[in-house]
Design a protein around this ligand. Structure first.
Ligand code: BLA
Length: 504
């Protein structure tokens, strides 16, 4: 158990939006909607050079005019809709800050973030971001798009490692793009369990799309004044202190600074751009916002590429179906007709192997052993569902007696129940299909919370949670399968009618 009372078992219960703490590379002031100061970070005197008092009016604070104007405006707008986040540059006690202001239902929050890069330098980064966006929009595949995005974010921010992390159907994720310093081990191709980013963090990351931990070794700064009534909601705060569990995770990886940017597609957290630095790194607010815009363009481009890809898949499936039906109507031997189109059928159904069965005959396409196929066919119900899906070993009847080996995933189409006609698409168990990249064992380090909080430990956790399961067929593939089944039904009916006529 860590000092915060959070451990590996109750991760998703940690209220990460109300930590009552900030990271120390800045200071925070929180006002009520009337402009009275209600809480502030304990480092305000040291960083901003004045000693605040509870309920002090905003106008009486020694802040520069642009900051006061920005705050005034936000306080005026804080009622109905709340004010959107704005930022101005300011100097306090001889140091340069970005002052970032936003409001929520209870408070107006001003955060002063230390900046060590000059204004002119920041401006050239913004220009780079603009060029980056134009190039992103021209990418034709999700793979090249993400690879370009990680390279651009690395060029703009200077992180040692930038990864594109894509979530899967079960919220686990894969590193599918990476740009990194030559001295580092690649993480490309690695997979991590859903629990590495618990549910409340995913929810938060959908509404606030960027977070930075500037120095993993930081000592958090407490809020003082009246910070607990109600607890200050830092969902949209840039200085929010992050989960100690996550800090330990990053320490175990040897990371000293981390930033991640959400890729939100159709309102869902699709993936993240996850960045690591081996020493501490303060990325200025405006550069972070440029990364945020890059991630938005990325998301919009992913969305349109996905839609196009799905349309192509449906079109290709229609072609395969037309050719198959032509063959079926000419050929007496249904299984032979199916076998002739096996490669195309496997591609449109996203299957690793196919089995065709009718009247006791069984044909296999792919690397599945014939005896296995026979056992699988024998396990199928005689009637019932026309589309049968099994994605876990426990879904197989009397699991132990069907020697399915790695063939855990099944999508069965009962195209001709009268003659025991089945078309089966099969998928291998997930862990058999993972290509493990790099040399992960080198990354194994044991932290205070144990071996688990490392990429290697994470991979083991993932394997443990998915053993005996195959990737389920998604909505697009199921649609393709149903259209195929309907067409095959029609072909069987025509065939039966012809046979009846021949008999008369
Ligand atoms: C947050 N976990 C995160 C974040 C990432 C990851 C990217 C977002 C915060 C950030 O930007 O650093 C996970 N980081 C990864 C992964 C890789 C990576 C998979 O670099 C792969 C290379 N984490 C755990 C466990 C718990 C946990 C077991 O592994 C819970 C007990 C918690 N992770 C956790 C929490 C957060 C988090 C609570 C939210 C941190 C916050 O925003 O406060």
């Amino acid at each position: 158990m860590s000092s915060s009372g959070v451990d590996l078992a109750n991760c998703a219960d940690e209220p990460i939006h109300i930590p009552g703490l900030i990271q120390p590379h800045g200071a925070l002031l929180a006002f009520d909607h009337g402009g009275a100061l209600r809480s502030w970070s304990a480092n305000v005197p040291a960083l901003l050079g004045f000693a605040p008092m509870l309920n002090q009016d905003v106008a009486r604070l020694p802040l520069q005019a642009p900051v006061l104007a920005q705050l005034r405006e936000c306080i005026d707008d804080s009622g109905a809709e709340g004010c959107t986040r704005t930022a101005v540059e300011t100097t306090m006690a001889g140091q340069l800050f970005d002052c970032i202001v936003h409001s929520d239902a209870h408070r107006v929050i001003a955060e002063f973030e230390l900046r060590d890069i000059r204004t002119e330098t920041v401006a050239t980064f913004a220009l780079k971001a603009h060029t980056a966006i134009e190039r992103l929009k021209r990418q034709k595949t999700v793979g090249t798009l993400l690879q370009l995005a990680v390279e651009q974010v690395r060029a703009i921010t200077g992180f040692d490692r930038v990864m594109a992390y894509r979530f899967r159907h079960d919220d686990s994720g894969d590193v599918i793009g990476e740009a990194l310093d030559a001295s580092l081990q690649p993480f490309l191709g690695m997979r991590y369990p859903a629990s590495d980013i618990p549910a409340q963090a995913r929810r938060l990351y959908t509404i606030n799309t960027l977070r930075l931990i500037a120095d993993i070794g930081y000592t958090p700064v407490a809020l003082v004044g009246a910070p607990g009534d109600p607890p200050l909601d830092m969902s949209h705060a840039v200085l929010r202190s992050v989960s100690p569990i996550h800090v330990e995770y990053l320490q175990n990886m040897g990371v000293a600074a981390s930033m991640s940017v959400s890729i939100v597609v159709n309102g869902r957290l699709w993936g993240l751009l996850a960045c690591h630095h081996m020493t501490s790194l303060r990325v200025p607010y405006s550069i972070r916002m440029a990364c945020d815009v890059i991630a938005q363009v990325l998301a919009a481009t992913v969305q349109s590429l996905d839609a196009r890809q799905r349309a192509t898949m449906v079109e290709q499936a229609a072609d395969v179906r037309t050719h198959l039906i032509e063959t079926l109507l000419q050929e007496d031997d249904v299984l032979a007709a199916l076998a002739r189109h096996a490669a195309d059928l496997a591609a449109t159904l996203g299957a690793d192997a196919l089995v065709f069965a009718q009247q006791g005959r069984v044909l296999v396409h792919g690397e599945m052993a014939h005896e296995t196929a026979t056992a699988v066919v024998a396990s199928l119900p005689v009637d019932g569902e026309e589309v049968l899906q099994r994605c876990n070993r426990t879904e197989w009847p009397a699991a132990a007696h069907v020697p399915i080996g790695p063939w855990v995933g099944l999508l069965g189409l009962h195209f001709d129940p009268a003659s025991g006609g089945w078309l089966l698409a099969l998928r291998r168990e997930q862990i058999e299909t993972i290509r493990w990249a790099g040399k992960p064992e080198k990354l194994a380090v044991t932290g205070p919370l144990g071996h688990r909080l490392t990429p290697r430990g994470s991979f083991n956790e993932w394997v443990e949670s998915v053993t005996d399961s195959a990737e389920p067929w998604d909505a697009g593939r199921l649609l393709v399968a149903e259209q195929l089944l309907a067409e095959m039904h029609r072909a069987s009916m025509t065939r039966h009618a012809e046979m009846d006529r021949a008999r008369m």
